[in-house]
Design a protein around this ligand. Structure first.
Ligand SMILES: *[C@@H]1O[C@H](CO)[C@@H](O)[C@H](O)[C@H]1NC(C)=O
Ligand SMILES: *[C@@H]1O[C@H](CO)[C@@H](O)[C@H](O)[C@H]1NC(C)=O
Ligand SMILES: *[C@@H]1O[C@H](CO)[C@@H](O)[C@H](O)[C@H]1NC(C)=O
Ligand SMILES: *[C@@H]1O[C@H](CO)[C@@H](O)[C@H](O)[C@H]1NC(C)=O
Ligand SMILES: *[C@@H]1O[C@H](CO)[C@@H](O)[C@H](O)[C@H]1NC(C)=O
Ligand SMILES: *[C@@H]1O[C@H](CO)[C@@H](O)[C@H](O)[C@H]1NC(C)=O
Length: 419
């Protein structure tokens, strides 16, 4: 308890110490005694001093961190300071100095010392001016969602004077609008154009803070599928689908073929494409703020004829003088429009067109063509019976029929008898 009581008491005692540290007419007064300065700026250390009448001032100088009993060093003789230190005072009462281009290395206590013509007439104004040097840092969230409000703060490690006016920059361009009070920049209802590198400075000072990157996040703005190579796709080709989508953070991409998930990633590659890959493809772009589907892109894979076959209308056995029609079918993309007909073991074609009338016995096959290639079918057998052979056959059939008829008549008779 007693310890806690001590500090407010100490504070009161400290506040009661007068600004002018004088004793028998000797004294130095600093105003202010604590200075918070911006890096690379110039600092005025306001100072007045008094001494009793009858003394003549022989030497005045500033020193840093004086130690009692040790000789104080004149800063104007210190190479670290000599170029930057300017005495603005006089040899009567004003001991003001200016220190330019301050850096963090200048953070010390600075004291004024004066020496008179009499041996007892020396004085160091202690404690002196405490200098703190600050830089500026932009404090901002890394990411803000479109439409939200965000506040950026220009931070200093010590409190700069009330008169300090902050200036803001985006991508090195000064911002004229939307400056909030004091050291804050308020961006209301953030737009995508607000993204960029923000830095701050103090009006009238050359120092500019390091930039802080502000990223504005938004849902996918659209999704577009590009097919490479463009143009006709033929079986065996390698095809790449790529999905582009503007989103922040970058979107996750997934691929759908006819509504079924087939893969993920910005690129969907199909090597050695086949007709099974034909169909409608879409990509989906998604981030934490939303999702978007692309329009469907149709892959139409071209291929040469396959599954070529010949169908026979009616029977493959016919009578001489009649004909049998053979028809060629195939699976091809685009559909086969050109056909050739061959008789087995004959090199030249015997016909063309999708159907073919066979007049002779033999084994026939067709060949279907499109611009991507051709394929032949298996052969079918056509048998043409000669006329004589045919007559015998028909007679034979007739005989069987008349025999059957007679047998039938007999049955009727039998039936009658039974009656
Ligand atoms: C220095 O002190 C004088 C008188 O006290 C005052 O008017 C002036 O504003 C001070 N300058 C600075 C830079 O503090
Ligand atoms: C001391 O001199 C400086 C520079 O000439 C001046 O700005 C300041 O007001 C003077 N201080 C007093 C107390 O006269
Ligand atoms: C942004 O600030 C304005 C004004 O202060 C307020 O009306 C609005 O509701 C805020 N918007 C959000 C998303 O917080
Ligand atoms: C320091 O200030 C001077 C002008 O006073 C300026 O020319 C220089 O570029 C500044 N240096 C830095 C690092 O800001
Ligand atoms: C391409 O696919 C076909 C059938 O799908 C296969 O017969 C062929 O060997 C494949 N070619 C390559 C280069 O993988
Ligand atoms: C066609 O020739 C092959 C041999 O090249 C032979 O095996 C076949 O029997 C021949 N077919 C006909 C119908 O002559």
């Amino acid at each position: 308890m007693s310890v806690r009581m001590a500090s407010p008491l100490l504070l009161i005692v400290l506040l009661m110490i007068p600004e002018v540290f004088s004793e028998n007419g000797w004294g130095v007064s600093y105003s202010p005694s604590h200075i918070c300065a911006l890096k690379n700026s110039s600092v005025i250390m306001n100072c007045t001093y008094t001494y009793p009448t009858g003394y003549k001032i022989m030497k005045v100088f500033w020193t840093k961190n004086p130690v009692k009993g040790e000789e104080s060093l004149d800063l104007s003789e210190d190479p670290e300071y000599s170029q930057r230190l300017q005495y603005l005072g006089d040899t009567q009462q004003n001991c003001t100095i200016r220190l330019s281009h301050v850096t963090q290395k200048d953070e010390h206590m600075y004291c004024f010392r004066f020496i008179s013509d009499k041996s007892d007439g020396k004085w160091t104004g202690y404690p002196g001016v405490t200098l703190t040097v600050t830089d500026l840092q932009v404090e901002a969230p890394e990411r803000v969602t479109e439409g939200h409000n965000v506040s950026l703060t220009c931070k200093s490690s010590c409190t700069l004077t009330d008169r300090a006016t902050f200036i803001w920059y985006r991508n090195s361009q000064p911002l004229t609008e939307r400056r909030d009070g004091n050291n804050q920049l308020l961006l209301q209802s953030v737009r995508r154009e607000d993204a960029g590198r923000y830095s701050c400075a103090l009006h009238g000072h050359s120092y500019i803070s390091p930039a802080a990157r502000l990223s504005v996040s938004y849902p996918p703005q659209g999704a577009f599928v590009a097919v490479s190579p463009s143009g006709e796709i033929v079986e065996g080709d390698s095809v790449t689908l790529s999905c582009s989508s503007d989103a922040n953070p970058p979107a996750e991409i997934s691929w759908f073929k006819g509504g079924r998930f087939v893969g993920s990633g910005r690129i969907y590659s199909i090597s050695n494409i086949s007709s099974d890959h034909s169909g409608e493809y879409k990509c989906k772009s998604i981030n934490e703020h939303g999702e978007k589907y692309s329009a469907a892109v149709t892959l139409n894979v071209m291929y040469p004829p396959k599954s070529v076959s010949v169908s026979v209308t009616g029977s493959g056995e016919i009578v001489e003088g009649d004909s049998v029609t053979l028809s060629c079918s195939s699976d091809a993309n685009p559909p086969a429009l050109s056909f050739s007909w061959f008789k087995e073991n004959q090199s030249s074609a015997v016909g063309s067109g999708q159907s073919f009338s066979a007049l002779q016995s033999g084994r026939f096959y067709c060949e279907a063509h499109n611009q991507h290639g051709s394929q032949r079918s298996d052969a079918v057998t056509v048998i043409v019976h000669g006329v004589y052979q045919s007559v015998i056959r028909q007679t034979f059939l007739l005989l069987i029929f008349s025999k059957k008829k007679r047998k039938c008549d007999a049955n009727i008779k039998n039936y009658n008898i039974n009656l």
